[in-house]
Design a binder for this molecule. Structure first.
Ligand code: ATP
Ligand code: RIB
Length: 314
């Protein structure tokens, strides 16, 4: 039997307003719609994996407010094992999200219960991590917890995939313990420092080379509708074009991609094949509103791949 995927990360309620455009600093614009969705980068990636049919366990925290139980139940109904999702005193995590008519977003995350995650919470469920096929994490839980998790995965020889969002400086030790890092364009710029150039093919290739130079073994650089570049220290450079779709809401495209990529790797696909599978999952997700509601099933991704060419092939 395949080993389960474990996600250690955030669980949020997303408060989403749509407007013609995202307001500038100090500006007020009239909105069109308001909705609440289940979100959080960790929970989104877990739901993406669950819908794609892989066994998935989540370590995370919800608050003891009205939303906590709903957030946990929603994960469970998507096939996520929530035995290690605990209830903290206080509010659940919340994200305030603005979405423009072009599907672009801006997000403020208030961690709430996610911010109470401690190293001891990981230690209590250490056996789950040690039994995992791969562990996925992000930066919506405290950095010291992510660093501790990396020590555990490293010692147990379990691959760790970090989505460095919201981006923060990463220690050399953490970078050396990662199997995969999956920044988007702005996160890569921040990790590489002032003057980082991701323009065009040569700039992007240069950027992944520098990311590998930070000590991480494998990189997926996510470039929105430009697609993604998968790079391995062993030499692979694989461009994964995005699929041409009408984007309605790009929130959690990166989470759909990471979930799909992990499922691909766990199913024995190559990194390049996993990237194409992930790009299809992400493309479907941007055509739907909301974070978790937008995640496709395995059958939907297979059907999509049968009928769509990526932008580069079209
Ligand atoms: P988010 O923070 O919105 O969850 P992200 O910034 O981490 O996402 P992106 O680079 O925006 O990640 O998107 C991840 C992947 O999703 C891309 O590599 C691409 O395959 C797919 N994708 C994103 N936007 C689009 C789009 N408009 N059309 C088709 N595919 C898209
Ligand atoms: O990646 C998208 C997620 O970021 C949203 O669901 C929101 O909760 C924020 O965490």
């Amino acid at each position: 039997m395949k080993k389960p995927i474990v996600v250690v990360g955030s669980i949020n309620l997303d408060l989403v307003a749509t407007a013609e455009r995202i307001p500038n600093v100090g500006e007020t614009v009239s909105g069109k719609q308001f909705n609440t969705f289940f979100g959080g980068k960790g929970a989104n990636q877990a739901v993406a994996i669950g819908r794609l049919g892989c066994a998935v366990r989540m370590l995370g925290k919800v608050g003891n407010d009205a939303f906590g139980k709903q957030l946990r139940d929603a994960l469970e109904s998507d096939g996520v094992d929530v035995g290690a999702v605990e209830v903290a005193q206080g509010a659940s995590g919340v994200a305030l999200i603005s979405i423009s008519d072009h599907g672009e977003n801006s997000i403020i995350v208030v961690p709430g219960a996610n911010g109470t995650f401690e190293k001891g919470d990981v230690d209590r469920h250490r056996h789950l991590i040690e039994e995992a096929g791969i562990v996925l994490t992000q930066l919506e839980i405290p950095m010291e917890v992510v660093e501790h998790l990396a020590e555990i995965t490293d010692a147990a020889h379990v691959p760790l995939m970090l989505d460095p969002a919201p981006v923060q400086p990463l220690s050399r030790e953490l970078l050396h313990r990662l199997d995969w890092i999956t920044p988007n364009e702005s996160e890569a710029r921040m990790l590489l420092g002032p003057g980082a150039n991701l323009e065009g093919e040569s700039g992007t290739l240069n950027a992944v080379q520098k990311l590998l130079g930070l000590g991480v073994r494998n990189v997926v650089l996510k470039l929105g509708k430009r697609g993604a570049l998968v790079a391995q220290a062993s030499g692979l450079r694989a461009w994964i074009p995005a699929f041409k779709v009408d984007a309605l809401d790009t929130t959690a495209a990166g989470d759909a991609f990471n979930g799909g990529f992990a499922v691909g790797l766990m199913s024995g696909k190559t990194p390049e094949e996993s990237g194409r599978f992930a790009a299809a999952a992400a493309a479907i997700s941007v055509t739907r509103r909301g974070a978790q509601p937008s995640m496709p099933s395995f059958e939907e991704v297979e059907e999509f791949l049968r009928h769509h060419q990526s932008a580069a092939e079209a």
